[in-house]
Design a protein around this ligand. Structure first.
Ligand SMILES: [Zn+2]
Length: 204
């Protein structure tokens, strides 16, 4: 099994948006190839519990066609979520069409949710449904977009087209890369190599 990327987003919607590598490339790598991948990703990102994931997979097995259709809708929402936050992080504005798509997904989620007793009072919840991952992503996106953290959403500064999104929670807001062990070190090692070469040739 291929190694899945680290979850670096700091919010469910960003972690799901980061399930594509290399959107700028001709053939991006999409980690959500099947509905099961979507469920697995949502579980890793803390969106659904193991019990909910099991329930979703059972439903997907019972109706593979519906699961495939839902995967396509979830991927479409994912691209709108990505575009919304990437646009905001890089240009300070988000494309109206993508904003509308996220809003639409959220109103759909609200229509199907209900208030239920939770560990601490009441919580907003959904019955197990193939659409659950999409609803959770929409809820997370609206929460993040309307929070003070929106200004802290950044895209990875890597020059190789990473574009991973994350909430910069560093004290001075200086985080630049999705992950130091990944893009950060690559950039760092490139800088170091350039400096060493400069040292050797006596250049400054
Ligand atoms: Zn990166």
């Amino acid at each position: 099994m291929e190694r899945l990327p680290e979850l670096v987003g700091g919010a469910l919607c960003l972690d799901v948006a980061n399930s594509v590598d290399g959107r700028v490339l001709e053939v991006p790598l999409d980690y959500l190839a099947t509905y099961a991948d979507l469920v697995d990703w949502a579980m890793r990102a803390g969106g659904v519990s193991a019990a909910e994931a099991g329930e979703l997979l059972t439903r997907a097995d019972a109706d593979p066609e519906a699961a495939r259709d839902e995967l396509i809708r979830a991927r479409t929402l994912r691209e709108s979520v990505f575009a919304l936050f990437y646009g905001h992080a890089t240009d300070g504005v988000a494309d109206a069409g993508h904003v509308a798509a996220v809003q639409e997904a959220y109103t759909d989620a609200l229509r199907h949710g209900r208030l239920a007793p939770g560990a601490a009072g009441l919580r907003w919840t959904w019955e197990p449904d193939l659409r659950l991952p999409r609803w959770l992503v929409a809820q997370s996106a609206i929460e993040l977009a309307t929070s003070a953290s929106l200004g802290r959403v950044k895209a990875c500064a890597s020059q190789d087209g990473c574009q991973y999104l994350f909430v910069d929670t560093s004290k001075n807001g200086s985080r630049r890369w999705c992950s130091m062990t990944d893009c950060g070190n690559q950039a760092k090692s490139k800088r170091l190599t350039a400096r060493r070469r400069a040292d050797r040739t006596g250049a400054r």
